[in-house]
Ligand binder design. Sequence first.
Ligand code: ATP
Length: 430
Amino acid sequence: MAEKNSELMDKIVSLCKQRGFIFPGSEIYGGLANAWDFGPLGVELKNNLKKHWWKTFVQERMDIVGQDGGIILNPKVWEASGHVAGFSDELIECKNCHNRFRADEIDIKKCPACGKNSWTEPTKFNTMFKTNIGPTEEKSSVAYLRPETAQAIFVDFPTIVQVSRKKLPFGVAQIGKAFRNEITPGNFVFRTREFEQMEIEYFFNPKDGWQKYFDQWLEDLKQWMEKVGIDKSKLNFREIPDGERAHYSQRTIDIEFEFPFGQKELFGLAYRKDYDLAKHKIEYADPETNEKYVPHVIEPSLGVERGLLAILLSAYSEEEVKSEKRVVMKFTKDIAPIKVAVLPLSKKPELEKVAQEIWAGLSKKFMAEYDITGSIGKRYRRQDEIGTPYCVTVDFETLNDQAVTVRDRDTMKQERIKIDKLEAYFKSNL
Ligand code: ATP
């Protein structure tokens, strides 16, 4: 049966809360609007996504290195980059109900909150969070929480060139928190004021031509999205037309995903020319030809939480098994928060002892969980719902044959495997 969109979103939000993936932060104090915390499973999922990205784009590539810049940079960085003057959204307020909106996000014929059509003039609102360095709140001590991770990569570029001894073309990757004082956060973790980004600046000599790099990046991102379990049938690659693009960008593609609340930007890919390095007055000297120039960049910019939301929506599936509903999160094996669950059939001490030994052994290699609570059927359902690829059941036969039952999440097929072969089995299957 086709899933109604709003229903699917409700199901994801409630599953995330119930199973401890993602839930409202500061809840005992009434929460903080649109702020979410990640629980034991959510943090695994998030780390797996970040690890997968890092492995694909840093570890396995000869032409990309990593870095980890600060959240608070010298405020001159944001002046030079244009953020202090221009990192703003247009804010409008409904004169009737006083709700505020981002002017580019709504159809201003009708207020989405009260239906009236009476607006204040749009005003520019800089979405960078301000803070102060040191104990006094003087103008000279103003600093900003970074609204993107990319700028540290630009300002550190000369140092990275020196220490990495990389020659162009090469890229620098960074993962970290970013902060934007969004006017209208919402849609679960889609738009929040605190979020994480995974960004790469890929530097090259403009004489090489930018198209081939851009095409390659689009291809690399497509492959990566498929590997982490983002449903490619829900993706749309929106070519941003002239006039809508940032003035310095020659080509931008918004990678959009069909979220239940609409087709929206998931990630971005932009050719930013030499805009950023030129603003910071940074040049590169080719070590062989001594040619001096300002490198151009292509920037794949990915939001961790938006990626996770797309993965959660892509993974959710409902099946009917023996006239009962089975909910399965079909995470890919790399992304699944728990890889193996060890389930003793009963609480008999002799079974628990063997099961705990198996769990302790497997835990050294894989994120494994031990669960003894409830009937075996209920425990399987719980593991299906959190997307665990394999369950290991220790039963009374185990004491005689030193073997366990391994159940596959997707096929629900069960296989008898000797305990001493388990690690090898999971090494080849996970
Ligand atoms: P939007 O138009 O949705 O505000 P943007 O074009 O401003 O997004 P970028 O500046 O290109 O976004 O940021 C790169 C990526 O960072 C986005 O594609 C998205 O994945 C993520 N991102 C940006 N803002 C937020 C936010 N407020 N909450 C969560 N993720 C975000």
